[in-house]
Design a protein around this ligand. Structure first.
Ligand code: NDP
Length: 244
């Protein structure tokens, strides 16, 4: 796919990996639809428009199907098309199983997995009509390996891999693709919240001996959008942490 003048929605793009993905698509000449639960600062939008592309910001909570419906309707009304959907919005509520509340389990599943489904479900109709486009879903290496204290997060991210493969098979006949990215430990607010000791322990396990940078995930998203013969795949970007 030639990304110039394409419309790219990145959910959860007010900061971190989502914002880096939005910037990388903007660098390729794509117009960007930013999204988070709250309105996004003009300063952040300027990081997109510096590339000479258009930038919209539609607040929506992806946990709600109605909100996802409204988000896609706004895009179709104001942008007119939607070519790439990056399902990036995600949260963590870590805790050991015997202390994990039902609320913490459900809210992580609802944001990460159901939120991804909601947005894909609503974007399908306009994208089917176009008969072109792709979905890119943010999974995690934890979805492949599991992790102590992250039963909810690992379940949601493993679910995204199954969802990605099913969507890929279903939409292929209509000319659409669907892939996932499984990042390892990436330097963001999410990982900066870990104690220094825990961060050191993790780095020690990574063959490349460092955290990944958000730009390294963003480059992968752009590659997956550009390459028209990749679908149903989960690309791991983790410094070698999980080799299979
Ligand atoms: P951040 O916490 O930095 O950013 C999350 C983004 O999602 C924010 O823009 C947040 O904005 C938005 N968001 C959260 N909930 C919702 C919602 N219900 N509806 C819409 N937007 C929402 O996360 P990261 O950049 O660290 O991670 C991005 C993705 O990458 C996530 O899916 C994460 O699981 C995945 N990932 C991250 C890794 C890492 O090392 N950081 C490793 C592996 C995967 P707001 O709160 O204003 O709504």
């Amino acid at each position: 796919m030639d990304l110039k003048d394409k419309a790219v929605l990145v959910t959860g793009s007010s900061r971190g990996i989502g914002l880096a993905i939005a910037q990388e698509f903007a660098r390729q000449g794509s117009h960007i639809i930013l999204n988070a639960r709250h309105a996004i600062d003009d300063e952040i939008k300027a990081q997109i428009t510096q590339y000479g592309v258009q930038c919209w910001d539609f607040s929506a909570d992806v946990t709600s199907m109605d909100s996802a419906k409204n988000l896609i309707a706004q895009i179709m009304e104001q942008v007119g098309h939607i070519d790439v959907v990056v399902n990036n919005a995600g949260i963590t509520r870590d805790g050991l199983l015997n202390r994990m509340s039902e609320e913490d389990f459900n809210s992580v599943l609802q944001t990460n997995l159901v939120g991804t489904f909601n947005v894909i479900r609503q974007a399908l109709r306009p994208m089917y009509k176009q008969r072109s486009g792709c979905f890119i879903n943010l999974s995690s290496v934890v979805g492949l390996t599991g992790n102590i204290g992250q039963a909810n997060y690992a379940a949601s991210k493993a679910g995204i891999i199954g969802l990605t493969k099913s969507v890929a098979q279903e939409v292929a006949l209509r000319g659409l693709r669907c892939n996932a990215i499984a990042p390892g430990m990436i330097d963001t607010q999410m990982t900066q919240a870990l104690s220094a000791k825990r961060q050191e322990e993790i780095v020690a396990q990574v063959p490349l001996k460092r955290f990944g940078q958000i730009q390294e995930i963003a480059q992968t998203a752009v590659f997956l959008a550009q390459n028209d013969y990749i679908t149903g795949q989960t690309i791991t970007v983790d410094g070698g942490l999980t080799m299979q």
